[in-house]
Design a protein around this ligand. Structure first.
Ligand code: PLP
Length: 392
């Protein structure tokens, strides 16, 4: 059976060049970067080189980049790190209702510890109202944490404007850019961002490696104590093979940026057109234009996204429903609900997220298989039957 992977926002395969770059660091170049002998010194050079590559992708300086264990750790480090560092100044944090759980649950944790968190609502495109953000900043506000692009809908936030507002009020701005890095141009010399989180496995590097950009001079309390690695910001012997992988993936992302972007946009357009030309009652979720080039979140009205996902899986097609499975009950995505999408329509959503290795043939296969599955599910859907009998 043909296999098509359209879930690159969940994770990406390691790029062959990345794997190749990593391999020597499991055996030949095994040194500890903190050791002063030859084995350590050699590895330290490659560590510095990887840091330069990540910094170059973001147009930052290497001194502003540290490596972490994953994107979730980067988010925790930013939010708790600022909260702990500035709690004497104020205990108010601003975020949105559509953040990834890595941010959302960290904010909830801090609420339990006595911090106040404002969760900004979003409109039907998934965007915040900048005026509401401005009005919610108070003297006690120490941090604004708002994602660069949403993982479920791909909606891209006005990071420039948010950053300017934060800067104008003397508030630190952290952005979870885990879905944006490599897919959108990010120039930290221009963007007023103080802290930025990224994750390797969304970028064709392995799982379990992340990075954090921290603008020089930004106050942050470390969460992990031990040795003095990563400028005392994140103790622990560096995961050299994975860091090398993230460095290589960043270099490739920069090198192939334009080609990948055009490829993804063309495939996404073909997929979207193919679907809506063949299947009625399909609704796009997320901003129609301010969106990641690879992401398509669609509601197939009258059926459940979860059933669609399982049926597509049987045909070798991997997508995501965006639903969280909590204690056996299928809850629709908090992101779609926050956008004011009715429960039923939110539950009928699937996310298709493309990657650089997807082809036109992949897309055409999905466009061929999907109408059959949707029709079959609609034929047994009480909601659809009700609609059909009403229209008779
Ligand atoms: N933030 C966003 C927007 C994400 O999409 C993800 C991963 O799905 C994360 C945070 C967590 O990253 P990681 O899986 O590296 O911990």
């Amino acid at each position: 059976m043909r296999r098509v992977y359209l879930d690159h926002n969940a994770t990406t395969p390691v790029h062959p060049e990345v794997l190749e770059a990593m391999m020597p660091f499991f055996q030949d170049q095994f040194g500890n970067a903190s050791s002063i002998h030859w084995a350590g010194r050699e590895v330290k050079k490659y560590l510095d080189d990887a840091r330069e590559k990540v910094a170059a992708l973001l147009n930052a300086t290497p001194e502003e980049v540290i490596f972490t264990g994953c994107g979730t750790e980067s988010d925790n480090m930013a939010i708790k790190g600022v909260a702990y560092a500035l709690q004497d100044k104020g205990r108010h944090i601003i975020t949105t209702e559509v953040e990834h759980h890595a941010v959302f649950h960290t904010c909830q944790f801090l609420e339990k510890a006595g911090f106040e968190v404002t969760y900004l609502p979003v409109d039907s495109d998934g965007l915040i109202d900048l005026e509401k953000l401005r009005l919610s900043i108070k003297n006690q506000t120490i941090l604004i944490t708002i994602m660069f692009a949403n993982n479920e809908t791909g909606t891209v936030f006005p990071v420039q404007e948010i950053g300017e507002m934060a800067r104008g009020k003397g508030v630190i701005f952290h952005t979870d850019a885990i879905q944006a890095v490599g897919k959108l141009p990010i120039d930290l010399k221009q963007l007023p961002v103080d802290i930025l989180s990224l994750s390797g496995h969304k970028l064709y590097a392995p799982k379990g490696i992340g990075a954090q950009y921290i603008r020089a001079g930004t106050k942050l309390t470390s969460l992990i104590h031990g040795g003095g690695q990563e400028r005392n910001r994140r103790a622990g012997t560096e995961n050299i093979p994975y860091i090398i992988g993230l460095g290589k993936a960043s270099e490739i992302a920069q090198r192939d940026f334009q080609g990948r972007r055009e490829h993804l946009l063309a495939l996404r357009e073909r997929l979207h057109r193919g679907i809506i030309n063949r299947i009625p009652h399909v609704k796009l979720n997320g901003h129609p234009t301010k969106r990641l080039p690879n992401t398509l979140n669609l509601s197939f009205l009258y059926i459940e996204g979860e059933s669609l996902l399982l049926n597509l899986d049987l045909e070798g097609i991997a997508v995501s429903s965006g639903s969280a499975c909590t204690s056996g009950s299928l809850e629709p995505s908090h992101v779609l609900l926050a956008m004011g999408i009715p429960h039923e329509i939110a539950q009928s959503a699937i996310r298709l997220s493309l990657g650089w290795s997807n082809t036109q043939e992949d897309v055409d296969y999905v466009v061929e298989v999907l109408p059959r599955i949707v029709q079959r599910l609609r034929d047994i859907s009480p909601l659809y039957q009700k609609r059909v009998s009403r229209s008779k």
